[in-house]
Design a protein around this ligand. Sequence first.
Ligand code: CP3
Length: 343
Amino acid sequence: MAEKRIVLDVLNGEAVFPPPIWMMRQAGRYLPEYRETRKKAGSFLDLCYNPDLAVEVTLQPIRRFGFDASILFSDILVVPHALGRDLRFEEGRGPLMTPIEAAEIGKLDGEGFHDHLAPVYETVRRLRGELPATTTLLGFCGAPWTVATYMIAGHGTPDQAPARLFGYRHPDKMRDLLGLLAEQSGEYLIRQIDAGADAVQIFDSWSGVLDEACFEEYCVRPVARIVEKVRAVHPNVPIIGFPKGAGALYGSYRARTGVTALGLDWSVPWSQARALQAEGAIQGNLDPLRLVAGGQALEEGVAAILRELGNGPLVFNLGHGITPEAPIAHVEKMIALVRGAGR
Ligand code: CP3
């Protein structure tokens, strides 16, 4: 590697100031060029499985903003899709699937899994060839629990009640489902790294709805299995865990799962964030709505993160994905505030 990829240094524990920056959902509907390509693709899934167009939308925010990391354009739900579950995305409704029944779980298998996902691996391969040498390329998958919530409910819900109930009523089936998803997701990440991903992120967007026992069983255990699988093949590739909303349960997550770095949402108090940062890199955690509001809300939010967390290993990011309403001028302002810090 001729030039350094700063995000990798930080993920491995080095403090760099000003911190490197990227945004979750940085390729998305807030960008006119994304909306344009999205129209050309037809459906959202067609975009995910078309390497030409997926490469194009992945590169759009890099060209426009020069972020320090680029995240593969795809979706966490291509994994159950590759396991034979139906999936579609409807405008304004998000993902729709046929809810899986307990009796169907034993019949899921990984046959044809990697063939189905071959376009994603191809997208990663091309991206590594096209990105600037200093830009870190991130692969990703959904954590088994978060993926399972959509498989069970068939759509997004406010509190994942259907999946939580399913787990209480069918603990063995839930264990089987999460176990299978962990195996397949581990292999999926390994293939992304084989294709050129420099680091990977595991999105557990719905960890925050679980009690401690379920968090341990549904979130910690399957993610630890993914980490173990990936490490066996790629021991030095950083893995970012993002158990969104985990609150006090963030505490032992890094140690118990083995992830390299922790993604934090905006509800984590500074004292807790600094304690987590003392054990390794953290990523986050601006409230995406500060980016929508702009002005003082944005300036204060960015300043607080830099002041409170800027002395340790930090990858600047939002605390969840950017929303379609966020003005591009506010993204530019955020980047200028971060990159101009300390000058
Ligand atoms: O971050 C990136 O730029 C990479 C691409 C990416 C997408 N989804 C593209 C996307 C990533 C990393 C994801 C992860 C994802 N997908 C998660 C975990 C992170 C999170 O946001 O909590 C989840 C839960 C999903 C499932 C999913 N996909 C939902 C619930 C929705 C609907 C919500 C929405 O914003 O519309 C999607 C659709 C989706 N995935 C879009 C994008 C750009 C918008 C759809 C469109 O363009 O029509």
